[in-house]
Design a protein around this ligand. Structure first.
Ligand code: FRU
Length: 528
């Protein structure tokens, strides 16, 4: 009796264990298969799990961790009261979602801004051994705006002593008040080693202001720049000022990024840049031409990771970016950002891109190219050389084209590339001899959700090398990023095909033969 009871118990236990296992397996499978698989969900770009996102914020590296904060509205998939969402990464490719970092308070909503490692503990929020992360952001007081006042944007700070997990707002906020400038926002702060001070770039409607501080709490206005420089088709937003070595020389120049909305070359929001000098107080440039960071319609409000003093971490961390300038932009455009056809979340970030400064002829040019780590998820296969006679074309069918990289080298300026599917959705990429490149998404799929979305975007591509140059294209379900000559010219655009693109066509639109060498289409692994 005793024995059979024990056996029965054992059998029951075994049965229930197996049921549990089954349950777990099913649960795990369900989670796995649903996670990040919605239509248009980018597979190797950063998106929030759900709800609305815009600008990248607080991009800072500390102790092996890349932080990405972002403008976030956790209640809806359209813009609303802004918080700072938060994610971290070790390699800038795989991301871990973190709880919301900053919530609105009595001073207002939390608009865009930056974060620094206060490594000498100038703020006194931490210690030298455990330096605080300090976030510097804009407060936007909705009530003030509604009441028709002009002083509703001020600057505040918060700090974290646990590498970004929890944040404390400074009780002396706001640290910069407002004398009546309606658009007064987006502080980007960096440590100016030469002059031993914190420098803040801040935009004020149609110009940049530079502010200085010794402790991140008390700020003094140093100078203004830009009322009579650059593009002014819209409000200036999201500035970023940083030094870069000119490649192949010892020369150092300062780069100023300014996002502008509207007024971009292909409509709506875009980012211009200036190359000049900074003397600890003023930014100056003799640049007369307007320079655009990205000619596509979907790269806005982008800024760079703060760089720490040379050798700050020594060799402690393998993923230390050292002096690299890494940029991330918001892959959308205020013209239609609220209307794009996704349901659970809205909008993505660009892939992280490294910025370098090169002299092309006599001109300083910013080159923008995906970070090297992206290689770790690109499944490279064989390359081939394609030769096409005048008027000839080749169609390559590739089922995974919606999540892929296409790359080749050519010296031709007479070709059209096409991504298409069986429903005749197509995206055209055309290079013509008159030094122009076009990205045509007029018939790319769903385009009617807003009147400005269906367009043929143009980009002048002057001063490309006479010989071979590279064309590299990244496609990720609802976006395309085109890098010409390793990032001398860049176009980023959103796309919403009615079904996956599966055919890649190369078309010689000239009359003499062309070569596309080392042509390669590669699948890119998902990171979620
Ligand atoms: C840029 C921007 C910023 C502002 C934020 C608000 O896209 O308009 O100027 O701080 O978005 O979400």
């Amino acid at each position: 009796m005793q024995k059979s009871f024990t056996t029965l118990l054992l059998v029951l236990l075994l049965f229930s264990c197996q049921e549990k296992k089954k349950e777990n397996t099913v649960a795990a499978e369900t989670v796995m298969s649903d996670y990040y698989t919605e239509t248009y969900r980018p597979q190797f770009h950063f998106t929030p799990e759900e709800k609305w996102m815009n600008d990248p914020n607080g991009m800072v590296y500390h102790k092996g961790v890349y932080h990405l904060f972002y403008q976030y509205y956790p209640e809806d998939i359209v813009w609303g009261p802004m918080h700072w969402g938060h994610a971290t990464s070790k390699d800038l490719v795989h991301w871990e979602h973190k709880p919301i970092a900053l919530f609105p308070d009595e001073h207002g909503l939390i608009f865009s801004g930056s974060a620094v490692v206060d490594f000498s503990n100038t703020s006194g929020f931490g210690t030298i051994d455990n330096p605080p992360l300090v976030a510097i952001f804009t407060y936007h007081l909705m009530d003030g705006e509604k009441a028709g006042r002009k002083d509703f944007q001020t600057q505040g700070i918060a700090y974290s002593l646990d590498n970004g997990d929890t944040w404390v707002k400074y009780e002396g906020n706001p640290v910069i008040g407002n004398d009546g400038i309606k658009d007064f926002r987006d502080p980007k702060v960096f440590w100016d080693d030469e002059n031993n001070q914190w420098i803040m770039s801040l935009v004020a409607g149609d110009h940049l202001q530079l502010w200085g501080s010794g402790d991140l709490k008390k700020w003094t206005k140093l100078s203004e720049f830009g009322k009579d420089k650059g593009a002014h088709g819209g409000v200036w937003e999201c500035p970023d000022l940083f030094p870069l070595k000119v490649e192949g020389s010892d020369e150092e120049k300062w780069v100023l990024l300014i996002s502008i909305n509207p007024g971009a070359p292909n409509g709506g929001s875009g980012t211009q840049y200036f190359i000049g000098d900074f003397d600890g107080e003023k930014f100056t440039t003799d640049q007369t031409q307007i320079k655009w960071l990205d000619w596509g319609t979907d790269n806005y409000a982008g800024v760079t990771y703060n760089v720490l003093p040379k050798d700050y971490y020594g060799d402690t961390y393998e993923n230390d970016p050292k002096q690299d300038r890494i940029f991330i932009g918001w892959m959308s455009n205020w013209a239609y950002a609220r209307d794009t056809p996704t349901e659970k979340w809205r909008s993505a970030m660009t892939v992280p891109r490294k910025l370098t400064l090169q002299k092309v002829g006599n001109d300083y040019t910013l080159f923008i190219y995906p970070v090297e780590n992206l290689e770790t998820i690109i499944d490279r296969k064989d390359k081939k050389d394609i030769t096409l006679n005048g008027g000839a074309k080749e169609v390559i069918t590739f089922d995974g084209l919606n999540q892929a990289e296409v790359k080749f080298k050519t010296s031709s300026k007479n070709f059209q590339l096409k991504l298409s599917n069986d429903l005749n959705d197509e995206v055209g990429l055309t290079m013509i001899e008159e030094d122009q490149f076009f990205l045509d998404r007029t018939n790319s799929g769903k385009v009617k959700f807003q009147k400005d979305f269906a367009n043929n975007q143009g980009m002048p591509v002057e001063n490309l090398p006479i010989g071979e140059y590279e064309v590299r294209i990244l496609i990720d379900r609802s976006s395309i990023e085109v890098f010409i000559n390793k990032g001398q010219y860049v176009m980023t655009a959103q796309l919403f095909p009615n079904e996956n693109y599966t055919d890649f066509t190369v078309d010689n639109i000239g009359s003499s033969a062309i070569d596309l060498n080392d042509f390669q289409i590669s699948e890119i692994e998902g990171v979620w």
